[in-house]
Design a protein around this ligand. Structure first.
Ligand SMILES: [Fe+2]
Length: 401
């Protein structure tokens, strides 16, 4: 499933503000994109200001206009402001934002991706050693410690995706997300998080034995190619065992990450709780990362949309408890979500502090007056008593993919 799913975010997000402004406020809007929302009429029905007139075009006659309107007993006018946020613009903002870099050390992540790449190289040359595998396992264990206490794992996933090839980054992300989910499901048992992280770092090693043309094929695999692809969990398990891995939970991550909860997965076609728990957690981490990754042939899917797909496949593809944990962890407003705040302003979620996922940090894009905000302005809603998220408007896609 993970290699067949594509997804597109929305390319822009339009927002229309309608409000009534007083004549004193008129000047403030003459440099905006505001237009008159409805005909402004005298008592006899003569049009003083036609609907659609741009306030910017009235700048030279604003004094006269004010006087005319006052003479007719009109002291406020209805206006409409339309602002469009462009997805590229928003992604740039998310890249620049420092809020998201809080959790995982980028050096550690980069080092891990390189290390995974080297071991893949050794496997395809037939030169993998027990030391290679035990070093990777050590790295997995280190990463488990990084993520078990993280409030929001999305931050780690986003930050590392711009490097190197997909499979290595994917392995790192499954290491982080698997360890994170296990840490949330079993908060008092670091061992399970470590097993998931170690399993995650090793989970796709078998792909080193899958031909490149099958592995990197853009689009759907033929039946024959898919049969080859289906061998990689078994190959991976063999490599791990041959190089000294004995922990059944770690091996279950490697062999079981493509099993489906409702049956029909591979390589064993197990059903429900017959799939070892570590494999069920890994399956969620594996598909969630695949959905939200940018590939040559697909744009990254927004995390909110990806969670919706995971929820839609609870029971059939995924263990419900694991997806529920994912849902709670991602929060209502994952990074990249465009939100409207309680004062009518609008911004993009860039992260969440502590455990307050309901009140994220938001990079303000359109202020409460309807003006675009040019300077970077981050509002930490967990510190604000008045402001809160009124509603989520859309996602701009996964951060920094
Ligand atoms: Fe896989």
């Amino acid at each position: 499933m993970s290699d067949e799913i594509g997804g597109l975010g929305e390319s822009s997000c339009a927002r229309i503000f309608r409000r009534r402004i007083s004549l004193e406020e008129l000047r403030e809007y003459t440099s905006s994109t505001a237009r008159v929302a409805d005909d402004v009429l005298t008592e006899r029905g003569t049009i003083l200001l036609p609907r659609g007139a741009e306030l910017a075009s009235l700048i030279s006659s604003v004094d006269n206009l004010e006087k005319t309107l006052q003479r007719w007993g009109i002291f406020s006018i209805p206006i409409v402001i339309e602002n469009t946020l462009d997805i590229n613009e928003l992604e740039n903002i998310l890249h620049k934002s420092e809020v998201q870099s809080a959790i995982i050390d980028p050096e550690l992540a980069h080092e891990t991706v390189e290390q995974i790449g080297n071991v893949y190289g050794h496997i395809s040359e037939g030169a993998c050693t027990p030391e290679d595998v035990s070093n990777l396992a050590e790295q997995g264990k280190k990463l488990a410690k990084e993520v078990v206490d993280a409030p929001q794992v999305m931050l780690c996933l986003g930050k590392v995706k711009s490097w190197d090839e997909y499979t290595y980054k994917h392995s790192l992300n499954v290491t982080l997300l698997g360890g994170y989910l296990a840490g949330k499901m079993f908060p008092n048992n670091i061992e399970i998080a470590e097993q998931l992280s170690i399993g995650g770092i090793l989970h796709d090693l078998g792909k080193a034995l899958v031909p490149q043309n099958v592995l990197n094929k853009p689009g759907k695999l033929t039946d024959e190619e898919f049969e080859i692809m289906k061998q990689h969990p078994g190959f991976g398990e063999q490599i791990a065992v041959q190089n000294g891995v004995t922990d059944p939970a770690i091996l279950a991550v490697i062999r079981g990450h493509h099993e489906r909860f409702g049956g029909g997965g591979y390589p064993d076609g197990l059903v429900g709780n017959d799939i070892p728990q570590a494999g069920r957690i890994a399956a969620v981490a594996d598909v969630f990362d695949a959905l939200t990754a940018r590939r040559v042939y697909k744009e990254p899917m927004a995390s909110r949309a990806a969670v919706n797909i995971m929820v839609g496949n609870m029971g059939a593809h995924f263990d419900t408890d694991v997806v529920r944990t994912l849902l709670l962890s991602i929060g209502l407003y994952p990074p990249g979500t465009v939100v409207e705040l309680s004062d009518g302003s609008m911004g993009i979620v860039v992260g969440a502090r502590d455990k307050d996922l309901m009140r994220p940090s938001v990079s303000l894009q359109i202020d409460k007056m309807g003006y675009k905000v040019n300077k970077m302005q981050i509002i930490d809603l967990s510190l604000s008593e008045e402001l809160f998220v009124q509603r989520a408007l859309s996602d701009v896609g996964k951060i920094a993919s």
